[in-house]
Write a protein that binds this ligand. Structure first.
Ligand SMILES: Cc1cc2nc3c(=O)[nH]c(=O)nc-3n(C[C@H](O)[C@H](O)[C@H](O)COP(=O)(O)OP(=O)(O)OC[C@H]3O[C@@H](n4cnc5c(N)ncnc54)[C@H](O)[C@@H]3O)c2cc1C
Length: 564
């Protein structure tokens, strides 16, 4: 049996970066094991940016989206009226970047400085900026004409993008949306009239303000971790991609990891052996695999009859995510996207526009712009707004059938801390997941004030020609109690789980920040969103790509010193 130098479990955002960087050395043999399908980035449903809404909609399953999804669910959550919240993840090489909203936000300097202060030495913002730059090819700096179609040109010219914050030769192409819906102009003007400042680059020196999002897209198509990091190097003879294999356990010899056990689609099982095993299966599966392999809280493991390899109580704890509610509006014009008869000819043109020019509605995700604002008066934003030019809700993708728009209100740093525990010792049983929404210190205040800020923006004159009625929560929901009850009944997550194998040095830390090794073991590392000690103030894929780039350097450095 071939023995690899590195066996990477999970070909998502982090796994693809590692597979690329570690196989740069032709003497190193790398296996990348993925439970889902391979060669996904050439599929139209993956490439077309708008197709992401079909992944969430059961009625559109015939288009093939379910193949790229796997679903988890919380247990009944007391803080949200005992609802169980759906938690989708991507499935296949590319992982969640196959199905995500493509918005790229790094977060705030303070987020990473907090990681460092919590014990993740070497992970402050200044340590990470070179890796944020390394991962990206920031199109507006490569091609100065690439965003000349965007409105608010005078503001953008007055506030040029700072090249010190961006890379121009990395693997992931970042672009502005290619076709801006006219309603986004109304949003920008309304945000200004509501007293907010324009920001030409949310990933520059300041995050606060309103402006356009940057997307992981190229030429009107989605860029996935697979298309950015794997497709260009598929022919490396030292890289083996094993797709359709679901890893069920890490093989441990004492405290040393020796390989993994997997099950293929027919149910047959096999093993892959390696000198180093790296778990990159995401924030739900990486801690689950550690527990199934005897690494976790000893009382929990013994309760399920799993022999203890190492008592590590932090495994599965510290689960964090962004909380989100959306305010929905019906429009009286057909300017926002929708599926009416009057928009039928235009929608046909949109299809042709994407097929022939990679522009138009299908090159968009409808969330062209947004804002980072504060509900407390502090300079540091605590909410993120996503202005969507259609009633396409990430929770259920309902409604291209009427013309309307949505303002998503997301709380950037919620205090709810959840956890993930074993349901049983059967690896095919999903773990028990609890987010503890609005428990402990956590309250609905930021979301409630965020809804009020959103309403103030939508209440400005630029929306008067378009706005028919606020559908949800509805104008009658005015006071704190009404808004809190709306939030409890409707809040979901933005599908950004992190923290369940947190790096650090204290008793609850799982991973050593200097090497990504699992504390108390050898030959075993975790590199994915689960190692973030605290959620960042923005969508999580940028932080995941960046941490994987840095981890690859740490792993290569460890190898060099071991061989010296
Ligand atoms: C619907 C959705 C929308 C999102 N929108 C955005 C957005 O707009 N912007 C943003 O920044 N972030 C967004 N995210 C989040 C972002 O995609 C994730 O933060 C990021 O992909 C996490 O990377 P990861 O490597 O930790 O995990 P993933 O990318 O999820 O990769 C994990 C991989 O492991 C594989 N795997 C799982 N179990 C096993 C097993 N047992 N054996 C082998 N392989 C296994 C999975 O199939 C997957 O390929 C979104 C996520 C979702 C689901």
């Amino acid at each position: 049996m071939t023995k690899f130098d590195y066996v990477i479990v999970g070909a998502g955002a982090a796994g693809c970066v590692l597979a690329n960087r570690l196989s740069e050395d032709p003497d190193v043999r790398v296996a990348l094991i993925e439970s889902g399908p391979d060669r996904n980035s050439r599929k139209t449903i993956v490439r077309m940016p708008l197709a992401m809404v079909t992944f969430m909609a059961p009625a559109l399953a015939f288009l093939g989206g379910p193949k790229f999804m796997q679903w988890f669910k919380t247990e009944p959550e007391e803080g949200v009226d005992d609802r169980r919240i759906d938690l989708p993840r991507g499935h296949g090489t590319g992982g969640s970047t196959l199905v995500n909203g493509q918005i790229l936000i790094r977060g705030q300097r303070q987020d990473y400085d907090e990681w460092r202060d919590l014990g993740a030495f070497g992970w402050g913002f200044d340590d990470l900026l070179p890796y944020f730059r390394k991962m990206e090819r920031f199109e507006p700096l490569v091609d100065s004409g690439s965003d000349s179609h965007l409105p608010a040109r005078a503001e953008r010219e007055a506030q040029p993008i700072d090249p010190d914050y961006h890379g121009v030769s990395g693997a992931v192409n970042l672009a502005h949306i290619r076709t801006v819906n006219p309603l986004t102009h109304a949003f920008l003007k309304a945000a200004e009239l509501a007293g907010h400042r324009f920001n030409s680059d949310f990933n520059g020196p300041r995050q606060d303000g309103y402006g356009f999002y940057t997307f992981t897209q190229s030429n009107g198509e989605r860029v996935t971790a697979e298309s950015a990091y794997i497709d260009p190097i598929r022919n490396r003879s030292n890289l083996t991609i094993l797709s359709g294999r679901r890893v069920t356990k890490v093989i441990m010899d004492g405290k040393r990891a020796e390989g993994v056990v997997w099950q293929d689609e027919s149910g047959a099982s096999g093993e892959t052996r390696g000198t180093e095993i790296i778990l990159s299966a995401g924030s739900f599966v990486s801690p689950h695999l550690l527990m199934l392999s005897g690494i976790g809280d000893k009382t929990q493991l013994s309760g399920h009859g799993i022999p203890l390899v190492h008592d590590l109580p932090g495994v599965g704890e510290n689960l964090q995510d962004h909380l989100d509610v959306s305010v929905e509006y019906r429009a009286k014009t057909s300017v926002p996207y929708g599926g009416s008869w009057r928009a039928f000819p235009r929608n046909l043109l949109h299809v042709a526009n994407w097929i022939f020019r990679r522009r138009g509605l299908f090159a968009s995700t409808t969330a062209d712009g947004g804002a980072f604002l504060s509900t407390t008066g502090s300079e540091r934003p605590d909410i993120q707004l996503f202005f969507c030019t259609a009633i396409a809700n990430t929770q259920n993708a309902k409604g291209f059938s009427t013309h309307g728009f949505i303002m998503h209100v997301c709380q950037l740093r919620p205090d709810s801390i959840g956890n993930l525990k074993l349901r049983s010792s059967d690896p095919l049983d999903r773990p028990l997941i609890k987010y503890n929404f609005f428990q402990g210190k956590s309250t609905t205040r930021a979301l409630r004030e965020g809804v009020r800020i959103a309403r103030k923006i939508i209440g400005q004159p630029p929306f008067v020609p378009h706005l028919d009625v606020e559908l949800s929560p509805g104008r009658e929901a005015e006071d704190d109690d009404a808004l809190d009850s709306f939030i409890r009944q409707n809040v979901g997550t933005l599908f950004h789980p992190i923290g369940t194998c947190a790096m650090g040095t204290g008793p609850m830390a799982v991973v050593d920040p200097g090497s990504m090794r699992v504390h108390g073991t050898s030959g075993l590392r975790v590199v994915d969103a689960s190692v973030m000690p605290k959620i960042v103030s923005g969508n999580t894929v940028a932080a995941t790509y960046c941490l994987a780039e840095k981890s690859a350097d740490l792993i290569k450095g460890n190898r060099r010193s071991e061989m010296a």
